[in-house]
Ligand binder design. Structure first.
Ligand SMILES: NC(=O)c1ccc[n+]([C@@H]2O[C@H](COP(=O)([O-])OP(=O)(O)OC[C@H]3O[C@@H](n4cnc5c(N)ncnc54)[C@H](OP(=O)(O)O)[C@@H]3O)[C@@H](O)[C@H]2O)c1
Length: 221
């Protein structure tokens, strides 16, 4: 995020405001996961494949008993996911989509050739259920979530995050409609969430922070 806490601009453009070191850091974090998780907004805007471009990291995964690439997981309530996204052009790792039966039938037909669809009958995906499915049906223990802000906020609200890796990049964006780390909602979180700083590294003008997300305290705000 920027120094003023923004993760993108108000148009949700795919802006590039962090260094090569940050991009390498992201890939190293992704490479630890049994699964990499993103919200629909992020995959639609950033159109990424969610791979591990570095062979040494893939070798380290194999040495740890993991497959070379993490399972790729997308979450969407409405399910209107574009089957032409770049992620669907690649098959180096399974893709699992957690969504609901609101997903249009045509989209379902197009996506089920490329991904495993886990559709619930509720209006919204139950994220706790999603994590349980990943654990028991797909043997996933470690999920590396890459956002975006709406999904991160939902996970936080339900107490489903245990670590935050945060890079503060040397820019200020301003703009009340540009999402912060926890999105654009004007509401407080149900409770403020205590973070304890585990590690801090400074490279050039960027700070790389690792927080342990602790127990919830008091009222939001
Ligand atoms: N700076 C960074 O580190 C960073 C990281 C990630 C993303 N971003 C930026 O953030 C922007 C996207 O923001 P965003 O808030 O739209 O991203 P997002 O959280 O990836 O996507 C939001 C969408 O994900 C689905 N979703 C979210 N919470 C859900 C839940 N609890 N259950 C089921 N589905 C859920 C919904 O999809 P449906 O609408 O399909 O129901 C929702 O509209 C992009 O511009 C991207 O570049 C920045």
């Amino acid at each position: 995020m920027t120094v003023d806490g923004k993760v993108t601009t108000k148009n949700y453009a795919s802006v590039d405001f962090t260094s090569r070191e940050d991009k390498a850091h992201l890939i190293r974090q992704r490479a630890l996961g049994d699964a990499v998780l993103v919200g629909h907004g992020t995959i639609e805007n950033d159109n990424v494949r969610l791979g591990i471009p570095r062979e040494d990291l893939r070798r380290e995964r194999i040495a740890r008993g993991q497959p070379p690439y993490p399972i790729r997981v997308i979450v969407s309530n409405k399910g209107r996911i574009n089957p032409k996204l770049k992620i669907f052009e690649t098959d180096f790792a399974p893709i699992i989509i957690f969504s609901t039966t609101r997903m249009p039938l045509k989209t379902r037909e197009q996506l089920q050739e490329k991904a495993t669809l886990c559709l619930s009958h509720a209006r919204c995906v139950d994220l706790r259920w999603m994590l349980q499915e990943l654990r028991y049906d797909f043997k996933v223990k470690y999920v590396a979530c890459e956002g975006g802000p709406a999904l991160f906020r939902s996970l936080l609200e339900q107490g489903l995050v245990d670590q935050l890796n945060l890079t503060i990049a040397p820019f200020l964006f301003g703009g009340k409609n540009a999402p912060s780390l926890t999105g654009v909602s004007l509401d407080f979180l149900p409770r403020s969430i205590r973070c304890s700083l585990k590690e801090m590294r400074v490279v050039g003008d960027e700070s790389f922070l690792t927080y342990r997300i602790g127990k919830k305290r008091g009222r939001g705000g």
